[in-house]
Design a protein around this ligand. Structure first.
Ligand code: GLY
Length: 375
């Protein structure tokens, strides 16, 4: 039996993968399945635009992006819910000469690494994305990127898991790990004790706070708040995800345009604040003045799980049978399929496609294995 704490996209993707391989899996969450950061994110699949902080992370992100079409196809077939995957590129628009210089250099570096990217003139940008006409002077097109509707993906994964026989217990009053000096024994929840061979901590920003976990097995995870809002747009007004220097917009098929996101170190605070909304609106209207008259239809906030060095924790922790999958920071939705494959391989004792050492939950305890990651 494998017990997973956390029914977000990471925990559910892992449950889905393990069950497809014949494993017996149960998932527990104190909140809603597919909730928290999995619900709050924008669903951007942007390893090239986000420029993750190490080459190992870039490889993992690229691998996960490659897996997305097959992953979504499987989840869709097993759930009957379409997570609305779009891989039509992300445009990073330049509004100043500085932006333009920086983005042209990024495009050149990306192309040199074999990443499909192109610099677009103002005319080419506006032809592709008329909504950017206001102040744009050019744009970097990262061609393989896109977005998925993460709220739909959460519902689809839950349904696909349940159809495969995964027991999902949401809204648990409490969840605690039980262990002896050497290894985990299982989980105790309000429903009683479940013996498990492996317990996986996929509790996102809350992963370091799980009851019953010995101090030496905790990984340092901290919440990084992101506030977002949605505008109602006429169909097709914004055609693809757009980045600008201080934010981004992502179109949803239901006519909402998501605007993100703040990055705030304020603990477990999920209030939407006046300053947060003003910051988002100032940035988006500077970049895309054509959106000025759209109705503001939704605001929300979520907590990204930040790790100590910017890389996720994926693998076994410092206690027998205890595995971790968290710390994905800005890339949890993108990294769900690769995390699931990688951790399922590790649990089954198989070789991973990507070198797992840089992501080991034990890397920070071993100074010889410590990563140096630029801030
Ligand atoms: N991946 C976008 C964000 O975290 O805001």
């Amino acid at each position: 039996m494998i017990a997973i704490i956390g029914a977000g996209l990471i925990g559910l993707s892992l449950a889905y993968e393990l069950t497809r391989r014949g494993g017996e899996v149960r998932v527990f969450d104190v909140g809603e399945a597919g909730g928290a950061a999995s619900w709050a994110g924008a669903g951007m699949l942007a390893p090239d635009t986000e420029a993750p902080p190490s080459s190992a992370m870039q490889r993992l992100c690229a691998l996960s992006l490659d897996r997305y079409p097959a992953f979504v196809k499987g989840v869709r077939a097993d759930s009957g819910i379409d997570p609305r995957l779009h891989l039509d590129g992300i445009l990073h628009i330049a509004l100043t000469a500085n932006d333009s210089e920086r983005l042209r250099a990024r495009v050149a570096a990306s192309v040199a690494e074999g990443i499909p990217a192109r610099w677009l003139t103002r005319g080419e940008t506006v032809a592709l994305e008329p909504s950017a006409a206001g102040n744009v002077i050019g744009a970097a097109l990262f061609k393989r990127e896109g977005h998925v509707d993460n709220r739909r993906l959460g519902r689809a994964l839950r349904a696909a898991c349940e159809r495969q026989g995964v027991g999902i217990s949401a809204h648990c009053g409490s969840i605690a790990i039980e262990s002896d000096a050497r290894r985990v024994r299982g989980l105790r929840t309000t429903d009683g004790f479940l013996a498990a061979d492996v317990v996986v901590n996929a509790a996102g920003a809350w992963a370091s706070m799980i009851d019953g976990l010995p101090e030496h097995a905790r990984v340092p995870v901290h919440p990084v708040k992101g506030q977002m809002l949605a505008l109602a747009m006429p169909r097709g007004l914004v055609r693809r995800a757009l980045w600008y220097s201080d934010g981004y917009v992502v179109p949803r098929d239901d006519g909402r345009l998501l605007v993100g996101a703040t990055v705030e170190d304020v603990g477990f605070d999920v209030r939407v604040t006046a300053d947060g909304v003003r910051t988002l609106l100032d940035a988006v209207l500077r970049a895309l003045p054509a959106l000025r008259d759209l109705a503001l239809v939704e605001t929300w906030a979520g907590l990204r799980p930040g790790s100590a060095d910017g890389l996720p924790y994926i693998g076994f922790g410092a206690l027998g049978g205890y595995a971790v999958a968290t710390g994905h920071f800005r890339n949890g939705i993108l990294l769900a399929p690769a995390t699931a494959t990688m951790l399922a391989d590790i649990i089954e004792g198989k070789a991973c496609v990507v070198e797992p050492g840089p992501f080991s939950p034990q890397r920070l305890a071993d100074p010889g294995n410590r990563m140096t990651v630029p801030a």
